[in-house]
Design a binder for this molecule. Sequence first.
Ligand code: UD1
Length: 418
Amino acid sequence: MSERFLVTGGARLDGEVTVAGAKNSVLKLMAATLLAEGTSTITNCPDILDVPLMADVLRGLGCTVTQDGNRWSITTPAELSWEADFDAVRRFRASVCVLGPLMGRCLRAKVALPGGDAIGSRPLDMHQAGLEALGARMRIEHGAVVGEADALIGAPVELAFPSVGATENILMAAVLAKGTTTIDNVAREPEIVDLVEMLQQMGAQISGAGTSTMTVEGVEKLHPVEHVTVGDRMVAGTWAYAAAVTRGAIRVHGTSASHLAAPLERLAAMGVTVRPENDGFSVDAPDRPRAVDFITLPFPGFPTDLQPMALAVAAVADGHSMITENVFEARFKFVDELVRMGADARIDGHHASVRGRERLSSTPVWATDIRAGAGLVLAGMAADGVTEVNEVWHIDRGYPRFVEDLVALGAQVERVTD
Ligand code: UD1
């Protein structure tokens, strides 16, 4: 069964929308439950496929997992299996976040290696080096990353780049290590802060979350908790950029404007009125956006996951934009699809040079990953005619109610199943 979206251009977004919990947080929170025997509950979980897939990974490790709407309860046994089931792990890349908790809990782990994907190669060298610094022996064997340790001993770790995944894995191993671990050049994303807050509730001793250095005092044992997943800033940012593309006005609930400071600042520079609110923000874009430049960087910089939305708005902005991608090398692949829609865009290495056009022109396009897919839908909203976006399962992996939410905001988007 293949599904595609038909996007009719020209509709203006207007209304309110609430975002669910963040995909990039919930999977790590679920993995963190491995660290404590007993039943933990994660609430505000988004209704996306990766959540049940992660539940399968945890079941494969010996956990019992149940769902009640957006609440997932995970019961972790005293004796965990340390070998993550190949079939379950292979299906989605983020499953590698069980590596750190397994090392912390079992001093052993075997996790199938996720392959590269459409946005570029995704090595695990920093994950491995960090765990090695804590005393683990790490190796790649038969397509899996394998770790073993007699004990994990706290140590200084310095990351070559503030990798989100490496920060999480090292952190989740260090919380149960003996002694003090300092991690320098850590990722500062709000999803990391969310994970740290949950670990702290579980009894972990961590300071410095949200700054470049975190210090972890290892503890003997953690206990289960209930935790609310932080709102999805990427979904919220996607709606904000969709409003700019359609010259609309929307309010977004369920997130924090401070988690989107850079993307909202860029919208303001384009001439969009942005107002932070208690539980989100509002954006009002009455005119054609002015072209601005974008540079993706680790948080608090402009997020690479919103780079396709930046490209979509640049494609119809007034003037010339330069977009620089610093996080994933292959993230401009989808620009070929935008060019087929009439965008005046040129790629040179990790820069995209875009001259805005008043309107784009509809044609069938193919999504290559979650965010590129969403970017193409935004472009379709600013195109003449009906844009057919194919391979939308990518988009569904990151957006729980993509079509429903857009339609409620006034967009003309329809899901078609062949
Ligand atoms: C997470 C997010 C993803 C987001 C990215 C950057 C999840 C499930 N995914 O991915 O949506 O785009 O952060 O904000 O949370 N790298 C290495 N060696 C390593 C680890 C990473 O070279 O050991 C490189 C990667 O190839 C990439 C860069 O570091 O070029 C950033 O990757 P990282 O921050 O680790 O991203 P993920 O955690 O995979």
